[in-house]
Design a protein around this ligand. Structure first.
Ligand code: NAP
Length: 283
């Protein structure tokens, strides 16, 4: 079974759009998401455009603030400070990566925790690891929603996560652990990776290498979630970390790329913006 992130994301956004209508009547304004884009990296431009498109679709007020790559760290921190203070702004997202002269750490920490729609702020991350209320990071949240949608039982299962980045691998592992999976985290130093992955009931792959996961690395009947977004070196088309055509034969459920985790990340961003908005209007 192929789990379509595109159709699940559409379902989620439909729910968000209905909430926007309801809340606008109740609180007198729609949620407002501000996305900051520094520079003109084509991938970042395309991600930001997608976020603006989704925001429009669900009825948010959305503002994209574009700044040149030469902007200083101080200028961007000041901009974030102003947006933090603005009561008409609910969510702030700075598109990563940033130019080298700007510290991503400082920028992420400067966004108010309450407006941190990405769930990257250190206090949100700490809250996640301490099982406290927090804004969940979008991609990991989307991974769990995809598994739930496919009816994959998580509790008691062997989950293997490849990748340990702050934005995908680590939080995905934590969310699976919180759902009572037994989690094995793999990375570039993992020895005999295929031996580990073959035993997985649930395999989540977030490496960033085209078609890295071959059929011999997937156990019969595993649920495979492919977070990777790459260019196929042969065709130049978008592809995941998983060799989809080959692994589809072994997996019980599998996500495609494109059309899997990507749209889910954006749908979860819409949900997170509503969460931040509700906190703001409740103040
Ligand atoms: P990242 O920060 O580069 O992390 C990659 C991880 O993969 C690292 O933990 C690395 O291990 C591990 N790795 C690299 N080569 C490996 C190998 N040969 N065997 C096992 N593990 C290996 O990347 P990321 O930000 O997590 O992103 C991963 C992928 O997901 C990328 O393709 C990215 O574009 C995609 N992504 C998609 C979405 C979405 O919305 N769909 C969102 C975010 C990211 P070490 O820690 O040992 O270096």
């Amino acid at each position: 079974m192929i789990i379509s992130g595109t159709s699940l994301a559409a379902e989620i956004k439909k729910g968000v759009a209905a909430d926007v209508v309801k809340y606008k009547e109740q609180y007198g304004r729609e949620p407002h998401l501000v996305v900051i884009l520094v520079g003109e990296d084509p991938a970042s431009v395309s991600y930001v455009t997608g976020k603006a498109k989704d925001s429009e679709e669900v009825g948010f007020k959305n503002t994209t603030i574009r700044r040149p790559a030469e902007i200083t760290e101080e200028e961007i921190l000041n901009l974030i400070g102003e947006l933090n203070e603005d009561k008409g702004v609910d969510g702030i997202l700075v598109q990563l990566p940033l130019p080298k002269h700007i510290s991503e750490e400082k920028v992420i920490a400067a966004i108010s925790k309450e407006k941190d729609v990405d769930g990257f702020h250190p206090l949100n991350v700490a809250a996640l690891w301490q099982k406290q209320e927090c804004i969940l990071p979008c991609t990991p949240k989307g991974v769990i929603k995809l598994l739930d949608k496919a009816g994959v039982e998580i509790a008691g299962k062997k989950a293997v996560v490849i990748g340990r980045s702050n934005i995908v691998g680590l939080p995905v592992s934590k969310l699976l652990l919180d759902r009572n999976a037994t989690v094995t985290m793999c990375h570039s130093r993992t020895k005999n990776l295929a031996e580990v992955t073959r035993k997985a009931d649930i395999l989540v792959v977030a490496i960033g290498r085209p078609k890295f996961i071959t059929a011999d690395m997937v156990g019969e009947g595993a649920a495979v979630i492919d977070v990777g977004v790459n260019r196929d070196p042969e065709t130049g088309k978008l592809c995941g970390d998983v060799d989809f055509a080959a692994c589809q034969e072994k997996a019980s459920v599998i996500t495609p790329v494109p059309g899997g985790c990507g749209p889910m990340t954006r749908a979860c961003l819409m949900e997170n913006t509503i969460e931040c908005y509700l906190n703001q209007v409740a103040k």
